[in-house]
Design a protein around this ligand. Structure first.
Ligand code: FDA
Length: 285
């Protein structure tokens, strides 16, 4: 699937290109519009330590290039891409090496959050590396019941958080199942984060969540410099433009690389209308 001719057409909607130069070109373009980016080299659940080391090296090159070109860009990584399923010590070492590079460049590594099977281990690793280097932050998913406690714990330690709804299929024991409940928790956590003063990122395309954030910030005199919105490359360009012209900070999550299939499937699953996009493209091929 990832190498077929159809693949390119499908993936290009959500993915910036296959190589680091492709991603850097996109970063330059968005920076020129006043939009920051975070680069995601696609690839998760690697199956060998060599692949995990290759991911680390790719990200390290990305940080070096960002520094060389003085781009307004960070990186976002997944622990399963750095070997979490193979050997936790190897994974930890890979992430540590990258966070050290980020600290040298005064840049930042965001550790994406994967399924709830990884939440505890991911936050433990981020907390440990943050204590030693700074330069690393976490992601909290509003659908998880545990998230309020995690927000309290992380903000107390001064660890920056990206708040999102959550993109994995989770059981009712660990996660809210109804959109209304997820949204209610998102708003609750957004308020905690904006009041924390730890430079949070509010990551959503949901206009209601964005409006609540704007309202809460204005009512509590929290300036736009104290937080940022984040959105995914290729989704809701209209809202992106509006936020930037209204003076908000915006960072786009820019995925690149060849291993786009799992990322693409999560984006399709988020929105039934995207299936029409898929079917139209399949019929055209
Ligand atoms: P919701 O799903 O309610 O969608 C609201 C509206 O946004 C839709 O009506 C539609 O207009 C638009 N929209 C949303 N998704 C779309 C799509 N795929 N295609 C087209 N339009 C779409 N998740 C996770 O588990 N771990 C992580 O680390 C991250 N990281 C992350 C970073 C950033 C910057 C963002 C924006 C998101 C994530 N996510 C994530 C994904 C997140 O959990 C969630 O699945 C998606 O953002 C979709 O949820 P919304 O908040 O956009 O709302």
């Amino acid at each position: 699937m990832e190498t077929s001719a159809l693949a390119h057409r499908l993936s290009s909607r959500f993915v910036a290109g296959e190589t680091l130069p492709d991603a850097l070109a996109v970063a330059r373009r968005f920076n020129a519009e006043g939009i920051a980016v975070t680069l995601d080299h696609l690839g998760e659940n690697v199956t060998s330590c060599e692949e995990a080391a290759a991911s680390r090296d790719e990200y390290s090159r990305a940080l070096d290039q960002i520094q060389a070109e003085r781009l307004n860009a960070t990186v976002s990584v997944k622990l399963t891409q750095f070997g979490m399923d193979l050997d936790e010590a190897v994974c930890r070492d890979n992430v540590e090496q990258l966070v050290r590079v980020a600290a040298q460049h005064e840049n930042f590594v965001r550790v994406d959050m994967e399924s709830s099977a990884y939440t505890g281990r991911t936050l433990a690793l981020v907390t440990d590396l943050h204590a030693r280097y700074g330069s690393v932050g976490a992601v909290i998913q509003a659908y998880l019941h545990r998230s309020e406690k995690d927000v309290e714990m992380l903000t107390k330690k001064g660890i920056r958080i990206r708040l999102c709804k959550g993109a994995y299929l989770e059981a009712a024991e660990v996660a809210y199942q109804r959109k209304a409940d997820v949204d209610r928790n998102f708003v609750h956590l957004m308020k905690m984060l904006l009041q924390s003063g730890v430079d949070p990122a509010i990551a959503t395309h949901d206009e209601a969540m964005i409006a609540e954030t704007e309202r809460f910030a204005t009512a509590n005199k929290i300036p736009p410099s104290a937080f940022e919105f984040q959105m995914l490359y290729g989704i809701r360009r209209d809202i992106q433009k509006r936020l930037v012209s209204a003076g908000y900070r915006l960072r786009l999550y820019v995925p690149y690389g060849k291993a786009w299939y799992p990322y693409f499937m999560r984006r399709l699953a988020e929105r039934p209308a995207n299936l029409l996009f898929l079917v139209r493209n399949l019929l055209r091929s």
